[in-house]
Design a protein around this ligand. Sequence first.
Ligand code: PRP
Ligand code: URA
Length: 206
Amino acid sequence: MLTVLEHPLITHKLSIMRDEKTGTKDFRESLDEIAELMAYEVCRDLPVKEIEVTTPIAKTKGVQISKEVVIVPILRAGIGLLDGIRRLVPTAKVGFIGLYRDEETLQPVEYFAKFPKALEDAVVLVVDPMLATGGSAVDAIKLVKDRGAKNIKLVCLVGAPEGVKAMEENHPDVDIYLAALDEKLNENGYIVPGLGDAGDRIFGTK
Ligand code: PRP
Ligand code: URA
């Protein structure tokens, strides 16, 4: 299922990120703030168990999140979403997948993977700002499934219809969350209108 989280605060901050004049500092800060806002919605259906709480006045019923949350940023750009989500889910564990997109073939190339144990029982949030052809997200999710993950959500900022289609064909069981669904990909595989190269803009590498 695809959910586009349209909210004035998210769209306002995303517009700052889209602007080619926005520098590294403001780009990174806006991404961090959007990640926190998105996390609130993405975590809406986290499983909870009922607990008893004793207030200074009386006993009452409360709830506790009952599943481990594991955040898996796709390196590099996915790191930009990590802190914002962790502010809302500070007990989350973190795994990393290193993938880069070959500039000629647009195929993802894996260079790193490190995960916490027990992905089978966790809610796994695979995060990356950009869902373009979908190759990176499809491969990253295959990697976490190979390690046992069953309850997976994909959290991206900007998606192209091509990437959403690739995800729906390869991983129909994975819910996708976007802040915006853009028009298309250009001939170089960049999202139009998009925001350019997310990794380069976060880390100032171009
Ligand atoms: C970007 C982005 C995604 C991928 C999306 O990463 O952060 O991981 O491209 O493209 P796709 O949907 O067509 O696979 P990139 O390969 O530029 O690496 P980086 O994060 O290190 O900059
Ligand atoms: N990766 C990016 O960083 N931006 C795009 O538009 C497509 C892939």
